[in-house]
Design a protein around this ligand. Sequence first.
Ligand SMILES: Nc1ncnc2c1ncn2[C@@H]1O[C@H](COP(=O)(O)OP(=O)(O)OP(=O)(O)O)[C@@H](O)[C@H]1O
Length: 683
Amino acid sequence: MDQESTKETAVTIRGAYKRYGPTNVVLNGLNMSLPEGTIYGLLGPSGCGKTTLLNCIVGRVEIDAGTISTKAKYKADIGYMPQDIALYTVLSIEETFLYYGRLFGMTYSQIENRTEELVKLLDLPSEKTLVEKLSGGQQRRVSFAVALIHDPQLLILDEPTVGLDPLLSQSIWEHLLKLAAVGKKTIIITTHYIEEARQAHVVGLMRGGVLLCEEEPQQLMTSHNCDNLEQAFLQLSHKQHNAYNEEEENVVTNYPEDTTEKPKPHLKGEGWFLWSRFMAQLIKNWFFMWRNKAMMVFLLGLPLVQCTFYNLAIGHDPEGLKIAIVDDELPNGLQECSMFPSGGCNLDYPLSCRYIDKLRNRTLDLVEYEGLSAGKLAVSKHKTWALVYFSPNYSSALTERINLTTEYTEVSNLSIELSQLNVWMDMSNQYIGNMLKEDIISGFVDFLEDLFRDCGWPPQVANIPVRIEDPVYGSRNPSFIHFASPAVIVVFMFYLPLMFTVGVLLYEKMAGILERCMVAGITALEVVMAHSVIQFVVLCLQGVIMMIIMYQVFDSPFVGNFFWTSNLLILQGLSGMCFGFLISVVSDTMNTASFMGIGSFFPLCSMSGMLWPQEGMHTLLKSIGWLLPTSLPTEAMRALTARGWGIEHPTVYKGFISSSMWILFFCLMTRLVIKARKGLRAK
Ligand SMILES: Nc1ncnc2c1ncn2[C@@H]1O[C@H](COP(=O)(O)OP(=O)(O)OP(=O)(O)O)[C@@H](O)[C@H]1O
């Protein structure tokens, strides 16, 4: 580059090319030269590429070919006001200035003085006012003030006067002229109000990816023999249009080859990590959370409500289930039972009555039907869940069968058949069906043991010769809720941080705030670190709430080590947060992020052993299911809480390894996606 020509210039652009996709050429070999201490009014029709050009100058977008050189060498030497408001609306004016001031490395007293000056200059309301309470024009002025706060050498302003009162626009222009004259600041300003640009020292008209002219406004009007800029631009546009019509094809075919080496970035950051920038981001996050109290209540209330509802709704045995009884050995129906004693060794009384008593004790709702077909109809019409049928000679046949056991007498096949209790069930609901089956069978064993005891026979003979001893782990009557609790906590601890991370980062990304902060010099590492600190606090609180609800308020078994359990949950929360980072960089809209979040939720739940043991999964799923981010941590959580195993046990440490590997994987993928998207944007 010609050193001599750039000596006095603040911005020099030579042969800049930029396109979005193969045909949307936005910069087509553009040249621009901006002397120091001048105001450059960049004009052009909507969509001609003004914002893209500014983005290239501030380093938001990379050009495909050409050179950009600026006198400002560091990102923080530039003051940038994007077209969108791009402000944290929950912060006050004062907090906004404090945040950006700290990002630019200003001291607290410098920020305070500057705040006072800018509030006066831009006629802003009290600095304590929240940005969300300001009008659109006031918000625009705050955004303008943010660009000015650190008194930068180079100011890049994308339509700063849109929607402002003409008097205020005029005072802004006066201030810009003063900045250029006294402070030697260089300013590039885009505007749709062409006549406003008369006040600039130089105007540039952009059209078709190039600058049609770069001249002093008065000179431009004189040379085109016009009274105003609009007419001069019309003439220039006509001239270009006629010339282009002849060689339109060349616009694309002249474009530099994709293989051309990309130009190096012309602006430097100030390192990957600066404590002051990290702290500014952290304090801003804190304000953000403090102001979003509804969001905080939601984030902390959600685990509380979810865990409470889960414990109240799931795992309890259904009560009052209706069972049809058809007892053909009682001609006058079940009321006859009251005539017989409910205990003793009375083998001549109807034994079905004693058994029915046992069923009643199991909180079943027994409904008497007359005849087998009426009972069966009740089940098929879903009036009852099951039908228990006693044959006419049930008691005598059962006595005969019992005698076989106690006195080794012979028993006929008919007696065996009649002593059989017949049960028809509605098994469409697996859990209720199995529970009823268990009640019917264990009720029968109870009844038989009682009878044997009353008759002086060993009651053990009435049962099958298998004794289930006290369990090694868990209780004698395990509940589904106890099985699912570890998975529920692990899945919640994964998804709650994911929701928070995606919610916060995507909001900043979509509002253009993240880009604006990046232009101000903040790095992705500082953003991630500051978010992680806040997220860590939130996930610890969420974990404590869930542990209290699950293990203190309700009675999920906890026999493990609190230290390792809480560490596992924290690791799991961080893994969810990192997945949130990945979703935030992959998605550009809340819709895409929601689809990714919800889309991953069901597979993770179903394969994490929350609904069904992993041992029962299809072989193919079993071989990959353990790889998922919630599978091994769920097993580790179960082993820690229900079995009391320590970190030295493979099931436990595999959970820790799995969470750590997923954190690593999500971080790497996030990094790769950022790189890939940068590459795609550059194409
Ligand atoms: N990130 C992007 N991806 C793809 N195309 C883009 C992107 N940003 C801008 N463009 C396209 O580049 C062209 C120039 O857009 P740009 O926003 O730079 O125009 P502009 O002159 O600033 O318009 P306006 O005055 O309306 O703000 C448009 O066709 C736009 O659709």
